[in-house]
Write a protein that binds this ligand. Structure first.
Ligand code: KG4
Ligand code: ZN
Length: 334
């Protein structure tokens, strides 16, 4: 029997609550926070305050939409980390209070593990071993999943995340936060080969994006010195070229990972950047070329959402992995 779970995600700037019942996500509500747009990035203090305002109404709507009464829940799940401490504390505190009031068990879920688990919400599901490229605003990593419940990080970024590369580029271009989706949109009408940027070639399977960020900064400064309207006149080509560089780099590292893990039976992407249309296309092309099935989550399960927390919690519940009420959230990946 599958448990009925209410899950909360509040690690960064989205407040999300999902209800899972009989192995299906019945509701997955997300309240975004427009308050950060003007600052070019998430302001932690404003994020936790907005979570506090949003969490109860979002939980209420999620339960109503699912048609589940609080007393019929089997467990309360929440994101334990990594993320912003203030934001995590709001979700953790809410989950603990609800669990105590309803006398239900608590399940803390790791946010990064949950991004990969988004692939196990709907059918068809990846075959094992599964290789998943996780690309979000805070992390970039290659995860090897030999069997259910086991995730090994075999490569990760040494500095910026792929999402940060998108967001920081967008900021240099004068676009609001989060810039990833806007770069994706402009890039659709641009030439990806017009401008060239180099990326770091590291030993092993790690990534580095900080050099790219600096290269883009110098490139823009140089061109703006002679052409003050350079950005405005070339926005689609700049976006398409930067996007192409990032994706080419991500795919090259993924291919390298496949050379290290020859037994992989399926590949996928997860995390906010997996909403990127060119990345989705590039992964499909890679899958066709190397003859491996490709898994790309539904848009609602790419960016931060409680659906992925709920599915991860379901498997933890079935394994009997519950969390003590003294649990403290963590900001960095374990
Ligand atoms: O997973 P996520 O929602 O939050 C974190 O855990 O960080 O990822 C957010 C990141 C942001 O950097 C955002 O710009 C990026 O995902 N993102 C995109 C797209 N949609 C979201 N990047 C590129 N293209 C997109 N379409
Ligand atoms: Zn995330």
């Amino acid at each position: 029997m599958f448990p009925t779970i209410l899950a909360i995600e509040s690690s960064c700037d989205d407040t999300s609550v999902a209800v899972l019942h009989n192995g299906k996500v019945l509701s997955n509500r997300v309240a975004g926070q427009a308050v950060h747009e003007q600052y070019g990035g998430v302001v932690p203090e404003l994020a936790s305050r907005a979570h506090q305002q949003n969490i109860l109404p979002v939980a209420d709507i999620a339960l109503q939409e699912a048609g589940i009464k609080p007393e019929n829940l089997d467990a309360i799940a929440f994101t334990g980390g990594p993320g912003l401490m203030g934001s995590l504390l709001v979700g953790t505190g809410f989950a603990k209070g609800l669990a105590l009031a309803l006398n239900k068990p608590l399940i803390a879920v790791d946010h990064m593990e949950a991004h990969v688990m988004a692939h196990f919400i709907d059918d068809p599901q990846p075959e094992f071993p599964f290789l998943c490229l996780v690309v979000s605003g805070g992390h970039t990593q290659l995860v090897y999943m030999p069997e259910p419940g086991v995730q090994e990080i075999i490569g990760k970024t040494r500095d910026d995340a792929a999402g940060e590369a998108f967001d920081k580029t967008a900021k240099l271009l004068g676009l609001p936060y989060p810039g990833g989706p806007l770069i994706d949109r402009y890039a659709a009408n641009g030439d990806p080969h017009r401008f060239r940027f180099s990326t770091a070639r590291l030993e092993g399977l790690d990534f580095s994006f900080s050099g790219l960020k600096t290269a883009i900064l110098y490139f823009l400064q140089e061109n703006l010195a002679s052409q003050p309207d350079f950005i405005r006149e070339n926005m689609p080509d700049i976006c398409a070229s930067v996007q192409h560089t990032i994706i080419h780099y991500l795919m090259e590292r993924t291919r390298e990972a496949l050379r290290h893990k020859a037994d992989v039976k399926s590949i996928g992407i997860a995390g906010g950047v997996s909403a990127n249309s060119a990345l989705r296309k590039a992964l499909k092309e890679l899958g066709e070329k190397i003859k491996l099935p490709v898994f790309i989550p539904d848009f609602q399960y790419c960016t931060d959402n409680a659906g992925m927390i709920a599915i991860t919690a379901q498997y933890k519940y079935l394994r009997g992995e519950f969390t003590d009420s003294a649990f403290k959230p963590y900001t960095r990946q374990h």
